[in-house]
Design a protein around this ligand. Sequence first.
Ligand SMILES: [Zn+2]
Length: 397
Amino acid sequence: MKRTALLLIVLIVVAGCNNFEKIHSEALVIDTHTDTPMLMVNEWFDLSKRHSPPDFRVDIPRLKEGEVDAIFFALFTGQKERTTENYLAVYNLAHQMLDSTLTGISRNSDKVALATSSSGIEEISKKGKTAICLGMENGFPIAKDLSRIDEFYDLGVRYITLCHSSNNDICDSSTDPTGPEHNGVSEFGKEVITRMNQLGMIIDVSHISDDSFFDVIKYSKAPVIASHSSVRSICNHPRNLSDEMIKQLAQNGGVIQICILGMYIREADTTSTNYIKREELRKKYNNWQYANDDERKAAWAEYDSINRVFPVELPTVAEAVDHIDYVVNLVGIDHVGIGSDFDGGGGLADCRDVSEFPNITRELVNRGYSLKDIEKIWGGNFLRVFKEVEAVAAKNN
Ligand SMILES: [Zn+2]
């Protein structure tokens, strides 16, 4: 009898495992935010080789293991003082990251391909390859020149995160220590939104201030995404979206892609040595506004050393899925997805890199989400938004 019961348990567990693995394989898995192009610019970084966390979280062998169908590589530039010199430097850096990414794709054309449309993602995935899409995190490289939006669109960039940790010419940031500069989106920012709508470029509201967010919802003719943001009601961080923002995002037809970066999933213990040291570092590096690349490298090295010497326990997949549950309960299943922020700080205790994405699917299955629900969360919702953004542009032209 005991043996029969044990056998039954084993059978149930095995069936459960197969079920989540099958569901993960069937779903179109899309990660809408990684910062991998920062690594791609280094000659020594080879996308085809397996690297290891915590330093590297995305490469082709692990994209295959995690059965990732599409992934956004964001051209990230940190906000610096808005001088002529810095405008030029970040513009050049964005091009450098773009070139390195395109080279990496062409060198591995048997396994990955560039996708520049929603149908492109579907076609590439059907061929068994991973679609790499381009985003731009921080509109700083656009400077005050609208024609640069066209320029980057023509090169394949399909979303722009309007700003990063500090205010820029487009809008206010949620984390600028000096507070608001435009009280939302600037006059130039309105023109940026209009041009992005016309081209069919997705507007990304992650990192922008609450007032900027409400302005974007007001001005954009197309639905928008938060490519990597979590829920403020669970984890009170200005980078996360409030209930009101999530409701308006849903009304707009958009999607919040839950960011699996520790401090956006679980509130930091502000009394821990790790937190205190990191705050000291943030101040030392002027809210991450680096004067140059050497300074950025030095800051990252110090950041890593703090995490090594004073380690913090990372949140778990279960805690991240609490954010998904919350959005589903608030606005339904059609407005939530996942943006890992891998290679930009993202990572959970049990989802350290793209190869471990199936652990998220397992948790969703355990919580009773159906195949249809999981398909929406892993990519269906984002793809719907992408198609609507394309449709709005097509109507304009
Ligand atoms: Zn970010």
